[in-house]
Write a new protein. Structure first.
Length: 118
């Protein structure tokens, strides 16, 4: 029984550390003048930084799924890659109209297509 207590306390310390360092927070920066996108996120031991040019972006995708575990997020589909690069947070559940408006505004700004609307 003591082992379960030790494991629970280690898990507790790990989770509070993630809250303390604000794991996953960051920003998205779109620069029209230099035609570049900069995405920064806070990682566990180091920060994650992605820099892209506008010509590397194929489209903006709205990933919307309803049901037991709903998901509404905006992602960038890159040329030559299968997986999309998510822009919105994982825990955010914004209203559907707001997600669609943000996706449409971003697609218009980047001058690319908008995917995911049925």
């Amino acid at each position: 029984m003591g082992a379960y207590g030790v494991i629970a306390n280690l898990l507790n310390i790990y989770l509070w550390y993630l809250v303390f360092i604000n794991f996953g927070s960051g920003y998205n920066f779109f620069d029209k003048d230099s035609q570049s996108v900069e995405i920064k996120r806070k990682g566990l031991f180091k920060d994650i930084e992605v820099k892209l040019n506008f010509d590397e972006i194929k489209s903006v995708k709205l990933d919307i799924s309803e049901g037991f575990n709903p998901r509404r997020r905006i992602a960038l589909v890159l040329k030559g890659r299968k997986k999309a690069l998510p822009l919105s947070g994982a825990g955010e559940l914004k209203p559907l109209l707001q997600v669609e408006e943000e996706g449409a505004r971003l697609a218009k700004f980047l001058n690319v297509n908008l995917e995911g609307l049925k």
